[in-house]
Ligand binder design. Structure first.
Ligand SMILES: Nc1ncnc2c1ncn2[C@@H]1O[C@H](COP(=O)(O)OP(=O)(O)OP(=O)(O)O)[C@@H](O)[C@H]1O
Ligand SMILES: [Mg+2]
Length: 345
């Protein structure tokens, strides 16, 4: 997947289809949509009832005949038809009408690093279903690096850690390209899952999905680092009786539970560093790692990475929207193409 800035500049809108959130940037208008990738469907008639924020709020609270579905799972569009119906609804009539005014509608989208041809095709088909005549795909890591202002086009190494919901992607970039990268199938969802499982096994408490975030917040002060409070009170449902109950949770034990998925991320960083030339690794020791993606906001994750790698770790400004903002910058022509002048003979 090579970035063709000339073609990207001719696109009218850009989409980041994430496992957790869908984001759309419209040329000239900016980021117009940042909503959960969820749709509520009437399973009897197949009609769409709600999308985005509304649909997500319905999760776990619906009668039998309403189903909340997530058309994007594990970073891949798994239900193309539903994904494009969801996008259509999210965009709304006004934006869709404005986009349709372009005779040959062109779209850009980011695809996870190493996405196979089938996954790439699914993203393209989703946007074609929305009326796009041509779709440009950009590696999420490059889009995010551009979006957070990393000097990707210079002959210096920069390391980016994309902490998404379904996966974590790590890359070293230099001269506008990816030098080494891995994608680890562990993200914010795996961290949430580890917390839910811990409470279930050690406190016989069922925690609704939406309550995991308050627990993470309760863990801060310094989040998953050891300087946070020793205990936090959590409300949930007793596994056996089904009655509401609250427990005092030992935060050190929750931190341990989170460590397991995070070990995979550390292994990934190690692998990328081993795949790089020593010169690049020397650059990285100074410049460190830039974290992007929604899970970069997990309290204390940056501190943990700093301790584990001994490298400086920075969280990008607005880390969750870096990828779509990067695509936006390419659409608006704010990115200068990399010109490598062949030396005169
Ligand atoms: N303040 C926060 N604290 C902790 N975690 C957060 C916070 N905000 C978002 N997250 C987590 O970030 C994840 C969403 O990140 P992001 O929006 O980058 O995902 P995505 O792009 O939809 O997923 P992917 O790129 O993996 O397909 C969710 O797992 C969410 O729990
Ligand atoms: Mg993402």
């Amino acid at each position: 997947m090579t970035v063709n800035l000339e073609q990207l500049r001719r696109c009218h809108f850009a989409v980041d289809l994430g496992a957790a959130r869908t984001r759309v940037y419209v040329k000239g208008a900016g980021l117009v949509i940042d909503q959960p990738s969820a749709a509520a469907v009437n399973s009897r008639s197949g009609a769409l009832i709600a999308v985005g924020e509304f649909a997500e709020r319905m999760t776990g609270r619906t009668p039998d005949y309403i189903q909340v579905v997530r058309p994007i799972a594990g970073g891949t569009v798994v239900d193309i038809e539903m994904a494009h119906r969801m996008l259509r609804q999210l965009l709304g009539d006004k934006t869709r009408r404005a986009l349709r005014r372009n005779l040959r509608l062109r779209a850009a989208a980011c695809a996870p690093h190493g996405a196979d041809p089938l996954a790439q095709r699914a993203i393209t088909e989703t946007l074609v279903g929305l009326g796009a005549r041509r779709v440009e795909l950009v590696d999420t890591l490059i889009a995010a690096a551009v979006g957070c202002g990393l000097p990707v086009e210079r002959p210096e190494a920069t390391m980016i850690l994309m902490c998404g919901a379904a996966s974590t992607q790590v890359a070293v970039l230099s001269l506008g390209s990816i030098v080494a990268a891995v994608r680890i199938p562990v993200g914010g969802d795996a961290v949430d899952h580890a917390i839910v499982q811990h409470l279930r096994h050690h406190h016989e408490l069922l925690l609704p999905g939406q309550s995991v975030r308050p627990l993470q917040v309760a863990l801060s002060g310094n989040g998953i680092t050891s300087q946070g409070p020793a205990e936090a009170e959590i409300h949930g449902r007793d596994v056996v009786t089904g009655l509401p109950r609250s427990v005092r949770v030992d935060t050190a034990a929750v931190r341990d539970a989170i460590q397991t998925p995070l070990t995979g991320v550390l292994d990934g960083i190690g692998k990328v560093l081993r795949d790089c030339q020593p010169d690049l690794v020397a650059d990285l020791a100074d410049r460190g790692i830039v974290m992007v993606g929604g899970s970069a906001l997990l309290p204390g994750l940056d501190h943990m990475l700093r301790q584990a790698t001994g490298m400086p770790v920075h969280i990008a400004e607005q880390p969750d929207i870096c990828a779509v903002q990067g695509l936006g910058a390419m659409l608006e022509g704010r990115i200068e193409p990399l010109v490598l002048n062949p030396m005169a003979a």
